[in-house]
Design a protein around this ligand. Structure first.
Ligand SMILES: [Zn+2]
Length: 544
């Protein structure tokens, strides 16, 4: 019996309404926050409720605040703050306050632990304690009873117009709720000038096996190794088998165009700023420019991540592996250039974030490996590589250059730098769980894990349809001069050198990477668990 896991996502739809209604959203939200703030204070005065389950805490808080026939005189009546509050509105506010109080007190507790630890060691402790929220600006959750008649892109919501409660019918623009997913309570959020309905949905999916189990137990496992870049190839994906055989590679491009458009918008922001005196119109201009810039990035991340996951699916990969993303190290220079790079780095994180969610929905597990040296090592033998521009000698490591050449004379392979990096990322994951042998040391034909027998014939050079490139079981098998262009998927595509390697330029030289790669149970980066950053999607399925 397969175990199941839950996949969740949020469907965002814009509420379509006539002018004037937006004030009702605002007054509903104000009222909601008044009640949340009230309950937060009640909890602060009755900290015992934080020891209870949410359900019991809710009951306790209602008893303290809400008059019923049985308890007509609650000690801290809500009615002194607001009257005629629908029960489900009140409960949504209580749960919001509970969530905030739990998070505040857990932060406070860890601050106290830190303080105590410092004091017992006799160290000075100057970190400030967390403070409870002063201003409340939480979005309203509409529990059942606060909304009705949801279908065909419409919903009816109960809103507070400042005087009274009203049922208002809305049209929703944007994609419909997906079928087969179960919808939770929608929230009404303000985004810029308009109001949106965000609905969390979830569905049960068969739980995929842990990465380790898949790699150790399934000789037919396939990985999709992804190198995220800030150059034209935003993502370079390589499908690897358990023995390191490369099945296919895809370059997901568009970075150059994106960077160009973003840079010109940023340049306009900079010029507006540079003008003497602050003119209100410029402020507005900049607001619009920033909105355009955000729009560019926010459209790109889901698109690229979808293509990564689709590519993995096409080739039957059940694990997607990324490297931990380096920090942005700004270089001196023009404002627009720095700001552009910063956003490009940020975009990589977004792509990873979306890819994890999308992959998880499809039963694909994601994980990450240490980025040390993934660009600086030859994927074929593990030796340091030279990185260079076409037409230049392949002698030094020039960060961001599009091509690599292995400096080991016994190997000497050449190829695309990003493809080499993505392959290293995949191999690093294999090395973590299996005894990995670099292709150069493998006996021909490639040794396959036991249990793999008859499927060889199935591996007959599948065509990578979208790129029009054939199987690249060997990234260097093409004659050298054509290699670059052909391999990129678009014959004429040139890789813009855009400081891509600055992430890695500060990293340890490849010489310090142990070879052959040893299992890396806890690399320097393993401490950053993604589960903290993105609650809801475990780094691996098994964490559920
Ligand atoms: Zn080599």
């Amino acid at each position: 019996m397969a175990k199941t896991a839950t996949a969740t996502k949020t469907i965002r739809q814009r509420l379509v309404y006539r002018l004037g209604i937006s004030e009702w959203f605002a007054s509903t939200q104000d009222l909601f926050n008044r009640i949340v703030s009230f309950y937060f204070d009640v909890i602060q005065a009755h900290l015992g409720v934080l020891e209870m389950s949410n359900q019991r805490a809710l009951t306790a808080l209602e008893r303290l605040t809400h008059a019923t026939k049985r308890y007509p005189n609650p000690p801290v009546p809500l009615s002194e703050v607001a009257t005629h509050i629908p029960a489900m509105f009140r409960r949504a506010a209580i749960n919001t306050a509970l969530g905030s109080a739990r998070s505040f007190h857990s932060n406070l507790a860890s601050w106290r632990r830190e303080k105590q630890k410092a004091e017992t060691k006799g160290r000075r402790f100057s970190k400030r304690p967390p403070v409870p929220p002063r201003n409340w600006n939480r979005s309203v959750s509409f529990y059942a009873g606060m909304w009705k008649q949801r279908s065909n892109g419409r919903i009816t919501l109960k809103l507070w117009d400042g005087q009274t409660w009203r049922w208002v019918r809305f049209r929703l623009s944007g994609r419909e709720l997906p079928t087969l997913w179960e919808a939770g309570s929608p929230q009404v959020m303000r985004r810029g000038k308009s109001w949106w309905l965000h609905t969390p949905v979830e569905k049960q999916i068969p739980r995929p096996n842990k990465v380790e189990t898949q790699i150790k137990r399934n000789p037919d496992v396939r990985l999709c190794a992804v190198d995220l870049n800030i150059n034209d190839a935003l993502a370079v994906c390589t499908i690897l088998e358990a023995d390191g055989t490369v099945v296919a590679t895809r370059f997901i491009r568009g970075g150059r165009e994106l960077h160009g458009r973003r840079k010109s918008l940023l340049g306009r922001v900079a010029r507006n700023r540079g003008k003497t005196g602050v003119i209100a119109k410029d402020e507005q201009d900049n607001g619009d420019l920033w909105a355009k810039i955000r729009h560019l990035d926010e459209n790109t991340a889901p698109r690229v991540s979808r293509r990564i996951v689709e590519f993995a699916q096409q080739h039957g990969a059940t694990v997607i592996v990324f490297e931990h993303l380096g920090r942005f190290r700004p270089k001196r220079g023009q404002y627009s250039r720095r700001a552009n790079e910063k956003r490009a780095y940020w975009l990589r994180g977004r792509i990873f974030h979306y890819a994890r969610y999308k992959a998880w929905e499809e039963g694909i597990v994601t994980c990450r490996v240490s980025p040390w040296g993934t660009s600086r090592e030859c994927a074929n033998c593990g030796s340091p590589v030279a990185r260079y521009d076409e037409g230049n000698p392949a002698t030094e490591y020039q960060p961001g250059a599009p091509l690599v050449k292995c400096l080991n004379p016994k190997c000497g392979r050449r190829g695309n730098a990003d493809r080499n990096a993505s392959r290293n990322i995949g191999q690093r994951l294999l090395a973590r769980h299996l005894e990995f042998v670099y292709p150069i040391h493998q006996e021909k034909p490639l040794a396959r894990p036991p249990g793999r027998s008859s499927k060889e014939e199935g591996v007959s050079l599948p065509q990578d349809a979208e790129n029009g490139i054939g199987l690249q079981s060997d990234w260097n098998s093409l004659p050298e001069p054509e290699r670059h262009g052909e391999r990129d998927g678009h014959g004429t595509a040139r890789i813009e050198v855009d400081g891509a390697a600055s992430t890695r330029s500060g990293l340890k030289s490849s010489a310090s990477i142990p070879r052959p790669l040893r299992p890396q149970q806890s690399g320097g980066h393993a401490a950053i668990t993604l589960s903290d950053a993105y609650p809801g999607v475990p780094e691996e399925a098994a964490a559920l």
